[in-house]
Design a protein around this ligand. Sequence first.
Ligand code: FPP
Length: 245
Amino acid sequence: MEYKSHINKENLPQHIAIIMDGNGRWAKKQGLLRSVGHEKGTKAVREVVEGCAEIDVKNLTLYAFSTENWNRPKLEVKTLMRLLVSSLKKEIKTLLDNNIKLNAIGCLDNLPTKARKELQEVIDKTAHNKHMTLTLALSYGSREELVHVIKEIAEKTKNNHLDIEEITEKTVDSHLYTSDLPDVDLMIRTSGEQRISNFLLWQMAYAELYFTPVLWPDFRREDLYEAIFKYQKRERRFGKTSEQL
Ligand code: FPP
């Protein structure tokens, strides 16, 4: 089935988050180095970015590197950072052509200087773009983010800038790295693994989770459109009954 033309434009997910998994297994299956899997993964990144922009999905967040990924072999970490820099250099044109704003979340201070600089440059150059926001989660971990939020709120209460009674869900939202983004509506994870792996835990409280066996380097825009189509077939109740909706 062809999915794109069956997508209801009135009911698009406002925010899609993707755990791009399976690069290593894709490479192993072909007898190639893991780094080749990551390289091929960049093609899938372009597919989903352009695919979302094409149908007017406003927010896309990609889990590009987790806080736990620093524990991978040094060479693999180096490859991933090199790919980040080369992709940013190469894809700035795609971002500008499609009016896409680049954003990044995570402990960005931990990135190598070159990656941080390149990232900042693309963020600055695309800051005024309005069609879509592409967020890269880099050196990101949701628990780390929540600890950071708790520390900031605690500091404000300690300094009497905020009453404990005034703390609401909105207060937490406004201190997250994703404070400018809506909640995640649809989370996609490739490669058959069915886990959230410390990704956007607060932001995904009501997200629909979609798992596909497709390995990330093989993921194409029709796979994205299939996920969105299936998301639209689900009933999102947010704790209510079917009859109340
Ligand atoms: C998971 O596959 C993927 C990653 C840890 C990194 C994702 C990075 C890219 C797709 C390339 C660069 C990204 C950007 C945004 C330019 P895995 O290595 O965990 O696969 P495995 O589970 O099969 O070993």
